[in-house]
Ligand binder design. Sequence first.
Ligand code: ZN
Length: 397
Amino acid sequence: MTLMEDSRIIGHLKGSKNGPTMVFFGGIHGNEPSGENAIEEVIHIIKEKEISVNGNIYGIRGNVLALLAGKRFLDYDLNRLWTVDKIEKIKGKKEEQLYNEDKELLSLYQLLNTILETQSGPFYFIDFHTTSSKTLPFITINDAMINRKFARLFPVPIILGIEEYLEGPLLSYMNQLGFLSIGFESGQHTEKEAVENSIAFMWIALVYGEVLKRVEVTSFKDYYFRLKNSGKNYNRFFDIIYRHPIGSRDQFAMAPGFKSFDIVKKGKALADHNNEPILAQKKSRIFMPLYQNQGEDGFFLIRKIPLPVLWLSALLRKIKMPALLPILPGLSWADRKKGTILVNKRTARFLAKPIFHLLGYRNRIINKNLILMTSREVTANNKMYQRTWWYQNKKSV
Ligand SMILES: [Zn+2]
């Protein structure tokens, strides 16, 4: 085995009976070791205290070689490769054509397939990250109801729709396969709190996913209040309204001092991009401002989603309203099974983006005239989760 394969698994704990399988990833970005440290710690304590496990817990290192080097990535971002096309392309390469991250992807891909084939569900995928700026801890999810229902149990802000702006994060891929997947950004890269928050998150997730019994996790309440305090009671849903992209040769510098969730007024100078000042176009909140060299996203802007909008969208999905969409002019199925719809741009303008969002659709522009809309609900394997306590929870947001 190579060093990469040898170090892939942080730990695997298996209970005596079949049960849920919870998979934690740490360090898919190599300069973000907090998750890896947290997973090591929690698995160590579960073993030491002989806490009984129902089902399976996997702790997995993401980008092994980049973690060793302390870099976000070596050749390119491992968390932007998880699309069916890119994976097929990498699988087709000859050994000598493989970049470092191609090898990481293939090794992870194989491991994930083995887990899915050999273990029983429900499956939970949780990916730990940190950010270059200071931030409250927060959750990012693709907007499927299974993700919302599980994510809202945690007392931290939840950001919907990041997949619309990023191509190929691992979690979007797992989501498209139908599985619950949640990203947790625990704080700034080097902060001690980032590790502590990930540890708290992992314990809580294991209890909520019924892998561990709450009575056996003696500090459960402390972990919960730790997140609640760090999350500053912002346990609300937010939507991304803007991404500021930067090219690999661009000169980009954020104005100093921004933290995620800071409110910015219209006209506020946010950054300097190729010697041009970048101003906030409307009042919103800044999200994930970039304060490091490697990265393609300068910053994002977000806003709170009003509660009635969340309720309405849950309701519309429940009554399967989205299935009727292709009756409308300008809309047609791209692939009915995958729940993808082609929309011509004029129709899209008429049926504004927020309506598609309500119905669980996220868009990607494919050419001048067409937008491909992907439904997170059609591919979500709701059946796998419908017998869990949190899925049946009556609250509909
Ligand atoms: Zn990351």
